[in-house]
Design a binder for this molecule. Structure first.
Ligand SMILES: NC(=O)c1ccc[n+]([C@@H]2O[C@H](COP(=O)([O-])OP(=O)(O)OC[C@H]3O[C@@H](n4cnc5c(N)ncnc54)[C@H](O)[C@@H]3O)[C@@H](O)[C@H]2O)c1
Length: 267
């Protein structure tokens, strides 16, 4: 059931074509948001925009590598994002098109499984650059517009792996743990300026990010077995938690960590 809980609000979403990203975009569109959707994946971005436009949503798209992409020319060339706009260009696009920004959802992320000794240094740097630095770069670029809104909300994506150790995924865990505290310090810094900042912490959620793992192991996947609800979450279940934090329903919520994990970290 939808209730137009974002009517009139302008929302910028990164990693918008991913599993949780696309679910969030579709839900936000149903709830009346005007959207700027960004990702490094050009075709899926256009497709997603056309889909929600057909349902009456107002949407702009921008290719955006959230990381400090200039240092990653080889990678960006491989990803076909040589024309990716920098964060500043994207926030300028938001200003020109909508004049305001009320919601920033930092969803872009990458995952690497190896532990401490097996993590390659260049992979470590890339994971930190996208997940951790990308979140800071996004807040830094968007904050003038968010402050101008006076009633704004930032949702940063951490993970259950930003709360507890798993014995692996060293770079990913380090990046997601950092996103948790970066969100809290931003919440304190901007509390009196009309910008709320919270982090979300999904557990095992069926999306392309972990599809291989789920295809291989199904419900026998150890983290699903340790999840009290004994199933993976759906992307739309995370999207609805993000909607809560984006909307005025959470008007007194800032600096909090919203866990969406079927109970995985409850024991
Ligand atoms: N799926 C899970 O189980 C799970 C659990 C906890 C946290 N998360 C987090 O949720 C977020 C969304 O993940 P998802 O599960 O939808 O995965 P996904 O792989 O489907 O989506 C990730 C998206 O980020 C984009 N992306 C990757 N690098 C980028 C970059 N440098 N700049 C901009 N965009 C980039 C990808 O193109 C993709 O669209 C991620 O931050 C992820 O770490 C996911």
């Amino acid at each position: 059931m939808t209730g137009r809980r974002l009517e009139g609000k302008v929302a910028l979403i990164t990693g918008a074509t991913g599993g949780i990203g696309a679910a969030t975009v579709e839900l936000f569109a149903q709830e009346g948001a005007r959207l700027v959707i960004t990702d490094v994946a050009r075709e899926p971005l256009q497709k997603l925009a056309r889909r929600i436009e057909a349902d009456g949503a107002e949407v702009a798209t921008a290719l955006l590598d959230v990381s400090s992409a200039r240092e990653w020319e080889e990678v960006t060339a491989l990803l076909d994002v040589s024309s990716a706009r920098e964060w500043e260009e994207v926030t300028a696009l938001v200003r020109d098109r909508f004049g305001v920004l009320d919601v920033l959802v930092n969803l872009a992320g990458i995952l690497d499984w190896p532990g401490i000794e097996d993590t390659r240094e260049e992979v470590w740097d890339r994971v930190i650059d996208v997940n951790q630095k990308g979140t800071w770069l996004g807040m830094r670029a968007a904050m003038p517009l968010l402050r101008a809104s006076g009633n704004a909300s930032v949702i940063n994506t951490s993970s259950v792996l930003g709360l507890v150790g798993s014995g692996g995924a060293a770079a990913y865990q380090a990046s997601k743990g950092a996103v948790r505290l970066l969100s809290k310090t931003a919440a304190v810094e901007y509390a009196r300026q009309g910008v709320r900042v919270n982090s979300i912490h999904p557990g095992v959620v069926t999306t392309p990010m972990i599809q291989d793992l789920l295809d291989e192991q199904g419900d026998q996947q150890p983290d699903i077995q340790r999840t009290p609800m004994r199933r993976a979450g759906r992307a739309d279940e995370v999207a609805r938690a993000i909607l809560f934090l984006a909307s005025d329903d959470s008007s007194f919520v800032t600096g909090s960590e919203l866990v969406v994990d079927g109970g995985l970290t409850a024991h």
